[in-house]
Design a protein around this ligand. Structure first.
Ligand SMILES: Nc1ncnc2c1ncn2[C@@H]1O[C@H](COP(=O)(O)OP(=O)(O)OP(=O)(O)O)[C@@H](O)[C@H]1O
Length: 255
C-alpha cells in the first residue's frame, strides 16, 4: 500500500469579488511510497500551494481524496485534526516559522510540549536529531542569534522530532544562500536515506534534483514525472531542465 495516495483531487475557489470561479486543481492523481523523496515543480499559479495545503489538511478539496496509509484525510474528526497534523506530518517552510521568543531547543520541543510528552522523553529524542543536523551546540540560542541555514536546520529538527510519517516542505531553500541551500539539500537526502518520506514543493531545479522523483504540475494536473534512478544530482538537474524546456516550448504539453 502506498503511504500517500492522491485521487482525482479538484479544488475550485470562488472569488470574493466576482461570481467567477478559479479551478486551481483540476484532476490531480499520484501516489507516494514510504521512503520516497518527491519534488513537485510547476509554474507560478499551477496549483502547488493549493495541493500542499490540502495534503497538510489546512484546506479541503472540492472533490477527490487524499489517503495516508489508506486512511482518508476527510475521515479525520475535527477534534483529532491538530493531533494528526502534529504527530503524523512534519512541516518545513520557506521562512522557517520559528518563534522568536523561544530558544531553538524550545522551538524544536514545541510539537512535543503540545502533545504533553514527558520532559525526559523530549530530552532523549533531541540529541540524535540535532547532532547530525550540526546544531547541537546552538540549541540554547534564539533564532535571531543564528544564521538562516541554522534556523532552517532547527525547523527541520522540529519537523523530525515527532517522527512523522511524512515531511511536507514548501520552498525550504527559498530564503537560503547557495551554500546553506546545498547543505540543507544534503541534509534532506540524508534524512530520506534514513527512511523519512519527503514531499517538497520547489521552483529550484537544483533542489528538485536531490529528490528521487519530480512531479510537474501544470494547470491543476500532474502532466509529467521524471525519476532520478542512478543519475547524479547534476545529471538529474539536466534532465529536469530539459523537461521544463520541452514543456515550455510545447505550451505546457508534454508527451
Ligand atoms: N484563496 C484563493 N481564492 C481564489 N483563488 C485562489 C486562491 N488561492 C489560490 N488561488 C488561485 O488558484 C490558482 C493556483 O494557485 P496556487 O497558489 O496553488 O499556485 P502555486 O503553483 O502555488 O503558485 P506560486 O508558485 O506562485 O506560489 C491560481 O490561479 C491562484 O490565483
Amino acid at each position: 500500500m502506498a503511504l500517500l495516495e492522491v485521487k482525482h483531487l479538484k479544488k475550485v475557489y470562488s472569488t470574493r469579488f466576482s461570481s467567477q470561479q478559479v479551478e486551481a486543481l483540476k484532476d490531480v492523481n499520484f501516489s507516494i511510497e514510504k521512503g520516497e523523496y518527491v519534488a513537485i515543480m510547476g509554474e507560478s499559479g499551477s496549483g502547488k500551494t493549493t495541493l500542499l495545503n490540502i495534503l497538510s489538511t489546512l484546506d479541503t478539496p472540492t472533490s477527490g481524496e487524499v489517503l495516508l496509509e489508506g486512511k482518508s484525510l476527510a475521515d479525520i474528526k475535527d477534534s483529532e485534526m491538530s493531533d494528526f497534523r502534529r504527530n503524523d506530518l512534519g512541516f518545513v517552510f520557506q521562512d522557517f516559522n520559528l518563534l522568536d521568543n523561544f530558544s531553538l531547543k524550545d522551538n524544536i520541543f514545541l510539537p512535543l510540549v503540545l502533545s504533553n510528552t514527558p520532559v525526559k522523553e523530549m530530552e532523549e529524542r533531541l540529541k540524535p536529531i540535532v547532532k547530525p543536523l550540526g546544531i547541537e551546540k546552538l540549541i540554547e540560542h534564539y533564532p535571531y542569534e543564528v544564521s538562516g541555514g541554522q534556523k532552517q536546520r532547527a525547523a527541520v529538527a522540529r519537523a523530525l522530532i515527532t517522527d512523522p510519517k511524512l515531511i511536507l516542505a514548501d520552498e525550504p531553500t527559498g530564503a537560503l544562500d547557495s551554500k546553506s541551500s546545498q547543505s540543507l539539500l544534503e541534509t534532506f537526502e540524508d534524512i530520506n536515506q534514513a527512511g523519512q518520506t519527503i514531499v517538497m514543493v520547489t521552483h529550484s531545479t537544483r533542489a528538485a534534483a536531490h529528490a528521487n522523483r519530480v512531479l510537474f504540475i501544470q494547470d491543476g494536473e500532474v502532466y509529467h514525472e521524471v525519476y532520478r534512478g542512478e543519475q547524479t544530482v547534476d545529471q538529474f538537474m539536466d534532465k529536469i531542465a530539459q523537461s521544463l524546456m520541452v514543456i515550455a516550448n510545447r505550451g505546457g504539453q508534454y508527451d
